[in-house]
Every structure is written in structure tokens, then in C-alpha cells.
Design a protein around this ligand. Structure first.
Ligand SMILES: [Zn+2]
Length: 112
């Protein structure tokens, strides 16, 4: 898998209800569901959550925000290297660098 280099940039970025559609300057097009982006949120809180294995719950009780489909309510560019994404569950501390977006997109490639 070729590493994205420092010249990585987006030709276009589109969003629909379910996913982010990223068109990269090297011709690669990635469709990344919001849920996947939310699950890979790079903020400190989410990183800590993911690092701690959770005990198996006795009942699988879904939080309200896990029931409905998650989506982005805002996506704000930070300079030209990252985006700040507000999610519909109220979480808004995630800053996604272009490299991270690309990595998440690549981790989806091959799953269909
Ligand atoms: Zn987070």
C-alpha cells in the first residue's frame, strides 16, 4: 500500500447523509461512512476509550445516539491539512487530518 505523502491533498470533498466522499489529488476516490469516522475519532477522549477494553455488558443497551444513523452536522476546514467534524451525537472534538482521512478510507478498501 503506497504511503500518502506530504503532497496529499483533496480535489473535492462531498458529503451526503451517510458518508463523506473524498476525491484525492492522486485520483483515488474514497467513500467513508460517518459512523466509521466517528468510531475512529482521533481526539484524546475517544483514543482513551478505544484503548481500554470494555467489560462485556450483560445486556446490550444502545445509547440513543447509537440507534439512529450518525452523520456530520458540520465540517470545517482547518488550514488545508485537516477538518474539524461535528457529529449528530453532539461530539465535536475530533480533528481529522487529511492523512487520517486517507488512512481510514484505505482501511475500508477491500471491505465491501
Ligand atoms: Zn472523539
Amino acid at each position: 500500500m503506497p504511503r500518502p505523502d506530504e503532497n496529499l491533498s483533496l480535489n473535492s470533498l462531498k458529503a451526503d447523509r451517510e458518508a463523506l466522499l473524498a476525491q484525492w489529488n492522486d485520483g483515488v476516490i474514497q467513500r467513508i461512512p460517518w459512523r466509521t469516522l466517528r468510531d475512529n475519532c482521533p481526539c484524546a477522549t475517544c483514543r482513551m476509550d478505544r484503548a481500554q477494553p470494555k467489560p462485556a455488558p450483560m445486556f446490550n443497551i444502545l445509547k440513543p445516539e447509537e440507534v439512529g444513523p450518525i452523520r456530520a452536522t458540520a465540517m470545517v476546514p482547518l488550514g488545508n491539512y485537516a477538518y474539524h467534524i461535528d457529529f449528530s451525537d453532539g461530539h465535536k472534538t475530533g480533528i481529522y487530518s487529511l492523512e487520517l482521512l486517507r488512512e481510514i478510507g484505505e482501511s475500508l478498501a477491500g471491505e465491501a
